[in-house]
Unconditional design. Structure first.
Length: 321
């Protein structure tokens, strides 16, 4: 038996969604220790995976690897379509877990497109493999017009910057109990609509934000500057998404973010992907206070939800025999 374990990821936004620029997308995000996916995998003559959510990912991985089967036990998993990257986590965990059970070496970056991953952002793939904070280079606009090409015909976006996140940083996750974020065909339709009308001027503002503020901040471990840049990045991305998600942030994220941004010890706030998960960037010395403020914010907004504080993940996936 082999066991593969990986934490979630947070996605802060894209560098460009306009067809008027040279490259499309260009994801920005980072890996966190929790919540986690843990799969236990053994060789088998056919696929044995009673978990209906994981089964399609495992079946695709078996086809890509051209293997007879595997027996998969889902020991831990987190909610899908919550902005935490569960799809890429489950797809790649199935791939590397099954390959390892058969003593096969596998290149996750190369095979991710065959699993249907990396068609927009490469952050999920890069953080699965190596953890840390990642900026990817996106896709050529001439290849990725209004929507991704057929599965497997693209390449994984290149990583143009990766940095370890200081161990003292913490991310307070707020997960309001609301409908899941967009995914599948609905997400594809929304992204197509956004890309068709995206203002290229927003990308022109994001470019210096990334190169002159965000990257220097993570490279030097300046949490305050990093948080300010991430907050601004989220607001700029929200201007692209506003018509599709009901505002700069998906309700009730805007109300929660407004309250958390005023809390002492919070350096930055944002919505991960389509939400509903939002995050506050803080340090170990302020974690308890920020968690309490997040609980209060949920109560004030009048929604149920969960609050947790998580550490960064600078390692990526782990395999255990």
């Amino acid at each position: 038996m082999t066991r593969v374990s990986i934490g979630a990821r947070l996605h802060a936004g894209f560098q460009n969604l306009s067809l008027a620029r040279d490259r499309l997308y260009g994801g920005i995000g980072w890996a966190i220790e929790n919540p986690r996916v843990v799969l236990a995998v053994e060789q088998a003559d056919e696929l044995v995976c009673p978990h209906e959510t994981v089964e399609p990912y495992a079946r695709r991985a078996i086809d890509v690897l051209d293997l007879p089967g595997a027996e998969i036990t889902v020991e831990r998993r987190f909610e899908r379509h919550a902005g935490l990257g569960s799809g890429t986590r489950l797809a790649l965990a199935s791939l590397v877990g099954i390959a390892d059970a058969y003593d096969r070496a596998v290149d996750g970056r190369e095979l991710a497109p065959d699993l249907g991953r990396g068609g927009r952002s490469g952050v999920g793939i890069a953080t699965f493999l190596e953890g840390g904070f990642v900026v990817d280079g996106g896709h050529p606009v001439e290849r990725f017009t209004h929507s991704p090409p057929e599965r497997g015909t693209w390449t994984t976006p290149p990583v143009v910057a990766r940095h370890a996140i200081p161990d003292s940083w913490r991310f307070v996750l707020v997960m309001p109990t609301v409908d899941a974020g967009q995914s599948g065909s609905d997400e594809d339709a929304s992204m197509r609509s956004i890309v068709e009308r995206a203002d290229p001027g927003i990308a022109d503002e994001i470019a210096p934000l990334v190169t002159q503020r965000l990257l220097p901040a993570i490279a030097t471990g300046d949490r305050s500057a990093f948080g300010a840049a991430i907050t601004r990045l989220g607001r700029l991305n929200g201007a692209w998404y506003a018509d599709e998600q009901g505002g700069v942030y998906r309700p009730p994220a805007g109300q929660l973010i407004e309250r958390l941004s005023k809390v002492s010890g919070v350096d930055g706030v944002g919505q991960s992907s389509w939400g509903p998960t939002i995050y506050a960037i803080t340090g170990t010395d302020s974690t308890d206070r920020v968690c309490e403020a997040a609980e209060d914010a949920l109560s004030e907004v009048g929604v149920d939800g969960e609050v947790s504080a998580v550490a960064p993940d600078n390692r990526g996936f782990a395999l255990e025999a």
